[in-house]
Design a protein around this ligand. Structure first.
Ligand SMILES: Cc1cc2nc3c(=O)[nH]c(=O)nc-3n(C[C@H](O)[C@H](O)[C@H](O)COP(=O)(O)OP(=O)(O)OC[C@H]3O[C@@H](n4cnc5c(N)ncnc54)[C@H](O)[C@@H]3O)c2cc1C
Length: 433
């Protein structure tokens, strides 16, 4: 019996939409299924989109996609109990087309991307929470939902970080994500009059400001950080937490978000702002979060579902990898359709593409990143040390002038740091960041 579609894509996030657009433009009969009432309603990012990968399917996409602002400045720093230390990077080229990065709200961008897929010829159906993949032995032959089976020779799994369709199957034999390799993101969106926002963040019309903070203000042992991004007339603000570090500590993620919001560095910028949205989502990325395989008989896995989120404390980048890997899976599916062969060996071209385009190298090369990112000293001792040295260096007390090296030595001795641990951390930083 003939299949219902050439390709079924599960999940209308960045990966699924990109794949569906590429497939439809390539002449495939593609079905894009989304569990949300509308694409984007279930999605959440910080979110700074480094969108160059979209150029391949939607030239000059930033002119029509509902992006919020193009980023012209990024600030990075440490929050401590007494203050903060930060630096800021701006680049004139970021302010001119094709721009570098955009602040986005996924409820808008994903709905727009799904509409582009539909316009290209894809069948997009929302409010369909796919129950499971249709396994026929080791082969996936479409999906099952509400007792109905929809078939296609190729299924692309793009259902995000907590891929229920993959967990406990040959794709991800473990039925649960590992707490050590999973983070929790909690986000709020605040409305501000556009003029107030632009004055407060020192940006002009269309320009955006982005901040990422390592938090030294959470209870001892709890590791995480915060972000703040400007949208058109709202501010996206949130925290990202190492889940394993919260175990046994009787802490609530919303209390930690409150601490972040109340820090003097953040609080003033929310004066008079009105909360309009909130949400939470898991992040499961990095080499340790990869599935058992990225492809098999009749299936490929892309985006967050495959663990393609790069996060090193300075940046979090997942949407770009979602688009890129969605496109690579789509290209492979088009070739499989032309060859009338969706076997594991044919779809191995997807794995080769992940290698040749450098996606796997990005994650393999930074396998040791977690050792740096989730080192407790980067959340307490080092922020305190940096704060103390700079504070003393920049504060006039009326006392005698002291060399920076002497201040650093004094601050180091006051901290609970040991030379051996600090030396190890410097080596680890150099090797893994
Ligand atoms: C707090 C936070 C901040 C972040 N900040 C950034 C950032 O600034 N920049 C960046 O690049 N990345 C950021 N990320 C990561 C980024 O959000 C993800 O990498 C990106 O969304 C992955 O896209 P995706 O299409 O693979 O998955 P998703 O966007 O998660 O999309 C998956 C889709 O599948 C649907 N779905 C799931 N299960 C089913 C089912 N059974 N049936 C039908 N549909 C289903 C979902 O509803 C969803 O629409 C952040 C993440 C978080 C949580």
């Amino acid at each position: 019996m003939a299949d219902d579609f050439d390709v079924i894509v599960v999940g209308a996030g960045m990966a699924g939409c990109a794949a569906a657009i590429r497939l439809a433009k390539g002449g495939a009969n593609v079905l894009l299924l989304e569990r949300g009432a509308q694409p984007g309603t279930k999605n959440l990012s910080g979110g700074i989109l480094w969108g160059h990968d979209l150029d391949a399917i939607l030239p000059k996409w930033w002119e029509s996609m509902p992006v919020e602002r193009h980023v012209v400045r990024k600030r990075f720093g440490f929050l401590t109990a007494e203050g903060s230390v930060s630096f800021s990077l701006s680049d004139a080229a970021w302010g001119t087309p094709p721009y570098a990065a955009h602040a986005v709200l996924r409820s808008r961008t994903d709905a727009w991307l799904a509409a582009q897929a539909e316009a290209a010829g894809a069948t997009v159906v929302a409010s369909v929470p796919v129950e499971r993949l249709n396994w026929e032995g080791t082969r996936v032959h479409g999906v099952v939902q509400g007792g109905e089976t929809m078939t296609a020779p190729v299924t692309i799994l793009a259902d995000g970080a907590n891929s229920r369709l993959a967990l406990g199957t040959p794709i991800r034999p473990n039925p649960r994500l590992s707490a050590e390799a999973t983070e929790l993101g909690v986000k709020e969106v605040y409305k501000l009059p556009k003029g107030t926002l632009e004055d407060r963040f020192n940006v002009r019309d269309g320009e955006g400001h982005a901040e990422e903070w390592v938090s030294g203000i959470f209870p001892p042992g709890v590791m995480g950080g915060g972000f703040l991004y400007t949208n058109r007339d709202t501010v996206s603000l949130g925290i990202i937490l190492n889940i394993a570090s919260m175990f046994g500590k009787n802490v609530q993620s919303h209390d930690l978000l409150e601490r972040f919001k109340l820090h003097p560095e953040i609080a003033g910028r929310l004066d008079g702002a009105e909360l309009v949205e909130y949400g939470a989502k898991l992040i499961s990325g990095g080499w340790a979060s990869r599935p058992a395989s990225f492809h098999g008989d009749g299936w490929m896995v892309a985006g967050d579902a495959a663990g393609f989120v790069f996060s090193n404390g300075l940046v979090i980048q997942g949407m770009n990898y979602a688009v890129r890997t969605g496109l690579l899976a789509a290209q492979t599916a088009l070739e499989a359709k032309a060859a009338n062969d969706a076997s594991r060996s044919r779809l191995a071209a997807y794995h080769r593409r992940l290698e040749s385009t450098g996606v796997l190298a990005d994650f393999r090369e930074f396998e040791g990143l977690d050792a740096v990112k989730w080192n407790p000293r980067f959340y307490r001792e080092y922020p305190e040390l940096a704060y103390r040295v700079l504070h003393d260096l920049m504060t006039e007390t009326g006392g005698p002038k002291v060399h920076a090296r002497a201040l650093a030595w004094k601050a180091f001795r006051r901290s609970k740091l040991k030379w051996s641990a600090a030396a190890k951390d410097v080596v680890s930083l150099g090797r893994n960041l």
